[in-house]
Design a protein around this ligand. Sequence first.
Ligand SMILES: Cc1cc2nc3c(=O)[nH]c(=O)nc-3n(C[C@H](O)[C@H](O)[C@H](O)COP(=O)(O)OP(=O)(O)OC[C@H]3O[C@@H](n4cnc5c(N)ncnc54)[C@H](O)[C@@H]3O)c2cc1C
Length: 299
Amino acid sequence: MGEITQVNPKEDYDIKSDPNYIPCLDKGFVRLVEVMGDDSSIVQSARVSYGKGTKSVRADRALIFYLMQHRHTTPFEMVEFKFHCKMPIFVARQWIRHRTANVNEMSGRYSIMEDVFWIPETEDLRKQSVTNRQGSSEEEAVAIPEAKEIQKSFQEDQKRLYEEYQHYLKVGVAREVARANLPLSIYTEWYWKIDLHNLLHFLSLRLDAHAQKEIRVFAEAMAHFVKQYCPIAWEAFEEHVLHTTTLSHSEAELLSKALKEKGLWPEIEEKRLNQLKKEEASDVRIQRELSDLRRRLKL
Ligand SMILES: Cc1cc2nc3c(=O)[nH]c(=O)nc-3n(C[C@H](O)[C@H](O)[C@H](O)COP(=O)(O)OP(=O)(O)OC[C@H]3O[C@@H](n4cnc5c(N)ncnc54)[C@H](O)[C@@H]3O)c2cc1C
């Protein structure tokens, strides 16, 4: 398990040298401050409801997978992660919508905002998606030299707005008012504490391809720490949440009809059985999984 460093109160503390620091975007970061618990905390709390029988690593693993698969979520709330993060305000606005975390943000009323702004790389000046009104086309960016000009204009505007901010402060405008004209690209920072259940919910939404790339980068950094501290829960999350798909009722009906018409269930059943045997699943689990799959495929 990696070492967790507490915030160093010394002024000359170089945060970038912290082993739990992951740079994000051009000037942001995620730094793991503290973790309470790990995979064993999930198992330990679950045993309160399932008895003391499970002891081996294999059994623990099966239990965590079972809990994740059947959305028995409270045992995952027994693990907590605390992060120190720095992100542009437009990223923070998306992030803060996740209401189940405890947050303490730097105050622009109390402190002078730092002269730190997000400047997009030219490839990040993505074109508007034609299929998704809310998203961008990750494959296509505005061409050079236009992209270079936009990048330059970001920098010039940021510089001008920051100089004006400094001027407002100099003539006596309160910090809480002077900051109001700063752009969304300015960086803010916060401490963000969340339990594993809610962190995984955040990650399921913000690692998704529909999430904006600039918040995904932060989600990936946090996912790195979840993998490190709760590797089994992470695997179970990948298996039962992250890489799964849901079908609408109409889609499921179509699929079910096609499978029935083509008589494909015996083949699917056999292949799934082989997968489960390879995982050394118990007979009880094999029965349960197969009947569950059949039910979900409406067969
Ligand atoms: C791709 C994408 C696009 C988005 N676009 C927009 C947008 O255009 N406009 C916009 O405003 N938002 C947008 N959002 C934000 C989105 O609507 C949610 O607010 C955000 O993802 C937080 O999700 P959540 O409420 O599930 O999370 P959390 O706030 O972390 O809550 C976790 C869960 O706790 C429960 N919960 C928490 N608080 C309450 C409550 N008060 N009442 C009932 N249940 C609660 C819910 O089950 C919830 O799912 C977008 C999010 C994504 C991922």
